[in-house]
Design a protein around this ligand. Structure first.
Ligand SMILES: [Zn+2]
Length: 298
């Protein structure tokens, strides 16, 4: 819900530990709640029935702003990223069947397939799911992961699952981790890539950090907190690190301009960015992204 009166302090319940949380600041009209017990920071904007359809419309993947300026141009980088993460899992297990949650256009799936994995994607955006099926030939279930029915998952148990740039967007992250736990075989693996709100970059940018972007982004994690969430959901953390990411300047520029849009000075400072060629790929070295692999223990 958007906050109308900034003088009224709102409270909410932490979706991770159930403790009381109070709103700590407002971003784009949405209160962000800090848990009084664990390190979780969250926004409760995802409760509307049409949240997923509204936020992950085609515009999210093509329209810039807080989403992507043109998701499809990331194809090569995302296929490489999928192959790299497959390499991480392959150090622990022989390639088997993997569930890619929030699979978008299927590029990361394709990378896993290059390294021997059989993949199934789950993607709420119809255009992306159809692109993945028709253009890449990968298997995709169209819909929200939370709505996945038992008869959609007759391929389960899976040997592994991924949440790459997805966990921050889920409305109920703890329930999703438990749902994944149930879909994995004993000792199966879960690979997560997400953002670190305690990273130096996040601290330097403060409230203007590009990941403070509700209502698309709803949850903000720290490494320590995510590790305890995984342990509480029946996983043991076995490996972690920072990814080498390549992003297109178009997407980086779009995110920076979106972050600075609220002030006149920010808009003026961001205006030369419009002149940068958008297709150019650059390494993303800000250090605020991390990955973690959990293994199912029970
Ligand atoms: Zn909490």
């Amino acid at each position: 819900m958007k906050k109308e009166n900034s003088k009224v302090q709102l409270t909410s319940t932490c979706p991770c530990c159930g403790s009381k949380a109070i709103d700590s600041w407002i971003k784009a009209g949405y209160p962000l709640f800090a848990c009084s017990n664990c390190e979780h920071l969250f926004c409760d904007a995802g409760q509307d029935n049409d949240h997923i359809e509204t936020v992950y419309s085609d515009d999210y993947f093509e329209g810039g702003g807080g989403g992507y300026s043109d998701y499809l141009q990331h194809q090569n980088a995302l296929v490489r990223q999928g192959a790299k993460y497959a390499g991480v899992l392959n150090r622990h297990v022989k390639p088997g069947r993997i569930l890619n949650i929030g699979s978008a256009a299927g590029f990361i799936q394709k990378g896993f397939e290059q390294k021997g994995w059989a993949t199934v994607g789950v993607e709420p955006n119809r255009s992306m799911a159809e692109f993945a099926k028709n253009k890449l030939g990968v298997e995709v279930i169209h819909g929200a992961f939370e709505d996945l029915k038992n008869n959609d998952t007759d391929l389960a148990p899976f040997d592994a699952a991924t949440l790459i740039q997805v966990l921050s967007h889920l409305r109920e992250p703890v329930q999703c981790l438990q749902q994944i736990h149930g879909l994995l075989r004993p000792h199966g693996f879960l690979l997560i890539e997400t953002w670190n709100r305690k990273s130096i970059t996040a601290r330097v940018f403060g409230k203007k950090w590009h990941q403070y972007n509700p209502p698309s982004v709803l949850h903000w994690y720290t490494k320590k907190h995510l590790e305890s969430m995984l342990e509480n959901s029946g996983f043991k953390v076995i490996e972690g690190g920072r990814p080498t990411k390549w992003i297109s300047l178009g997407n980086g520029v779009s995110l920076i301009r979106h972050s600075l849009r609220d002030s006149t000075i920010g808009r003026i400072a961001a205006s030369p960015l419009a002149l940068i060629p958008k297709g150019l790929k650059v390494p993303y070295f800000m250090g605020d992204v991390f990955w973690m692999v959990g293994q199912k223990v029970d």
